[in-house]
Design a protein around this ligand. Structure first.
Ligand SMILES: [Zn+2]
Length: 193
């Protein structure tokens, strides 16, 4: 404890006339606004971030999905790469390997976790799910969503997003819980949100 106090006392303070002040860094005025707090708290990013046109269009379309906000929030975070997959944790030096904990075959990107991992394959084959079209772009979840928004109906997009959500829910239960879930039943239940 003494070493901590000593370390704090050793910090050299700025000598001058400058006064401390409060500044909210998410607005240009430095004054907090509910809007900026909403974006940061709910969406995890700065409303002043500069997105390209494609990203803005996808963002707009995601929020038009006629579904509970938590589904749109999930899809947005997934398409941004903000979910804690093994690949994301590996990139942050939190785990020693990016390889998927469940299939041990490939790095666990979000696309792998919810679309490609053999453990979620059954969820995409249920009668209540909209399968990923054969000619859809599969390079990333962002690309897949862009493709779906451009070519699929609203109902198909909603069904796809719901299955993505169900697959992520199932993945988390599989990795972090001892409970056993039937992926097909889970996908069917979550389609009725
Ligand atoms: Zn896997």
């Amino acid at each position: 404890m003494r070493s901590v106090v000593k370390a704090i006392h050793s910090i050299r303070l700025l000598i001058g006339e400058a006064q401390d002040s409060q500044y909210w860094w998410l607005t240009t005025t430095g004054v907090y606004s509910v809007k900026s707090g909403y974006w940061l708290g709910l969406l995890g990013h700065n409303p002043n971030d500069n997105f390209d046109e494609a990203t803005c269009k996808l963002w707009t379309n995601i929020w038009k999905i006629p579904a509970p906000p938590k589904l749109g929030n999930f899809v947005w975070r997934a398409s941004k790469g903000s979910l804690a997959t093994r690949q994301v944790l590996y990139d942050c030096y939190c785990v020693p390997s990016p390889i998927c904990d469940r299939c041990h075959a490939e790095p666990e990107t979000i696309f792998h976790a919810v679309c490609e991992c053999p453990n979620v394959a059954a969820m995409w084959n249920t009668s209540s799910s909209t399968p990923i079209p054969r000619d859809a772009t599969r390079s990333s979840l962002f690309s897949l969503l862009q493709w779906m928004m451009g070519y699929a109906s609203n109902e198909e997009v909603l069904s796809l997003c719901t299955t993505l959500w169900a697959a992520w829910f199932f993945r988390n239960k599989d990795v972090f819980s001892d409970e056993q879930y039937d992926p097909i039943q889970l996908a069917a239940n979550l389609q009725r949100i």
